[in-house]
Design a protein around this ligand. Structure first.
Ligand SMILES: [Zn+2]
Length: 133
């Protein structure tokens, strides 16, 4: 397995890195106005409510933008790898920055249908995406 830089985990975003343990992708949502909040933050960016809670989403989505990285920026992380922003089904106005993995990762194009898959490292579950068809 490739070592991933460990994200800064705090009480607000911890759910995001733990939800994959149960095979779920969760995104924070304002319970007052319904706005999705990612990256997670303690207060709604739209209505300033503090009533925010993680909700489980489908885990399917569409590649919004994609690039293939050939530079070994992170020691030990194998290149090339694919960095993408994924638009999540049913989650308005959120683009998840992630990696596309799997056999067809290097052929990734904008508009490709993808779904979440998790890679566990040191008790964190990284949500990655792979091609759906
Ligand atoms: Zn709100």
């Amino acid at each position: 397995m490739t070592p991933r830089p460990r994200p800064l985990v705090d009480p607000v975003n911890q759910f995001f890195w733990q939800a994959g343990k149960a095979g779920q992708l969760q995104i924070l949502r304002c319970q007052a106005c319904g706005t999705w909040l990612h990256p997670p933050r303690p207060i709604c960016a739209k209505c300033l409510s503090e009533e925010v809670a993680p909700e489980t989403v489908s885990g399917t989505g569409t590649v919004y933008s994609v690039t293939v990285n050939h530079q070994p920026w992170v020691p030990g992380l194998k290149v090339p790898y694919v960095i993408a922003r994924v638009s999540l089904d049913g989650v308005d106005d959120v683009l998840l920055t992630t990696n596309i993995v799997g056999e067809r990762a290097l052929e990734s194009r904008i508009g490709d249908a993808v779904h979440v898959t998790f890679e566990e490292q040191d008790g964190l579950w990284f949500p990655l995406f792979t091609h759906s068809r």
